[in-house]
Design a protein around this ligand. Structure first.
Ligand code: GDP
Ligand code: ZN
Length: 341
């Protein structure tokens, strides 16, 4: 670490910044008031292609062979060096606070980091039009738990149903401990709650299209929802794995990322035996089952299933758990089969 007391004119300038956008292998790095378009130095690229201990992956032994599709992602804090004419290149990636990733499309398991260093996941659902989908909600929430990201649930379009109907949906999640915000972008209801949920944080937005994400964002900052939609629709097309995303700043402080790739996050990298941990309301019952190896699906004497039958765990949540559990078990079977043949 050489730190000259006086930097000369010829000394390359080194800056810390955050990646706010990615496009075809170039990264838009914001440092102070400037944004620099930078490639990644090839030495760094090689170094980063295998996930490290800070990568946010649990169960590292089972996924050691998984490679990263993108060594640098939106949200990464990086060091860039500026050379001739203010052109920069990324030399270093600082440790990541959080990682939200998905499986890149294709046969081999390759991890695609969607956003690094996010503070929270905000899932937006409509009560109706489109109908609330508990399975999708629970899938997104387990992804957030797996990435150690706090999750907030926004239930929008409450102008379309009776209060008891939207409360019934929200109560399930409030009982688990998730903050729930009820809104109507149309009637301008609950927008203060939505705004304060976003204030000062880097928020990943997720939820089915049509739920009202753009409309809600427009309510807190006119024009913002439209801008985000443009990015999402442009990059949402095509089947290749470049799920480009972009960080948008909020005038009030804070920023949001929307990416089409996040709407149907898969839980591919979650080891089956860690799944119950991702359902916070199951924690008190884990270890209480008759069998220590209980998967909480069909085993006799299962304390989790009993809690679900008695109503202590919401039946929709338990159903989501069962479905994910069966899906992960089948995926692990397939993986074992293909590695032994
Ligand atoms: P996005 O795909 O999640 O960004 O959803 P949009 O913001 O584009 O909204 C989808 C549709 O739902 C649009 O026709 C909106 O006008 C409508 N919409 C959004 N919020 C509300 C709401 O609170 N109540 C009602 N009734 N309609 C809404
Ligand atoms: Zn059990």
């Amino acid at each position: 670490m050489r730190e000259p007391l006086i930097a000369t004119q010829n000394e390359p300038e080194s800056l810390l910044g955050q990646v706010v956008r990615e496009s075809r292998g170039h990264f838009y790095v914001r440092a102070g008031d400037e944004t620099y378009i930078c490639p990644v130095r090839s030495k760094l690229r090689k170094q980063l292609i295998y996930p490290e201990s800070d990568s946010g992956l649990r169960g590292a032994t089972s996924v050691r062979s998984i490679r990263d599709l993108n060594p640098i992602a939106v949200g990464d804090v990086v060091r860039i060096t500026l050379g001739e004419g203010g052109k920069g290149a990324i030399d270093e990636r600082l440790p990541r606070k959080t990682v939200l990733a998905r499986r890149a499309s294709g046969q081999r398991p390759i991890r695609q980091v969607i956003v690094a260093n996010a503070d929270q996941l905000l899932t937006v659902f409509a009560v109706v039009q489109p109908d609330f989908e508990p399975k999708l909600a629970d899938r997104l929430l387990t992804s957030a738990e797996h990435a150690d990201l706090p999750a907030v649930i926004c239930i929008n379009k409450i102008d379309l149903v009776a209060e008891s109907d939207f409360r019934r949906i929200g109560d399930v999640y409030e009982n688990v401990g998730y903050p729930v915000v009820y809104t109507s972008a149309l009637r301008d209801t609950g927008i203060d709650g939505f705004r304060s949920a976003l204030l000062g944080k880097l928020t990943v937005l997720a939820g089915p299209s049509g739920a009202g994400k753009s409309s809600l964002l427009n309510r807190i900052q006119p024009g913002l929802g439209l801008k985000i939609k443009e990015v999402s629709t442009v990059t949402g097309e095509g089947t290749h794995a470049t799920t480009a995303s972009q960080i948008f700043d909020l005038d009030m402080g804070g920023s949001v990322v929307d990416t089409p790739g996040i709407r149907y996050l898969d839980t591919w990298e979650i080891p089956l035996d860690e799944l119950p941990e991702l359902f916070p309301e199951m924690h008190p019952y884990i270890g209480q089952c008759r069998f220590t190896s209980c998967a909480h699906v069909e085993e006799p004497g299962c304390a989790v299933r009993q809690a679900a039958e008695e109503g202590a765990i919401a039946s929709s949540r338990y159903e989501s758990y069962r479905e994910l559990s069966i899906e992960l078990r089948d995926a692990e079977k397939r993986a074992r089969h293909s590695s032994s043949s």
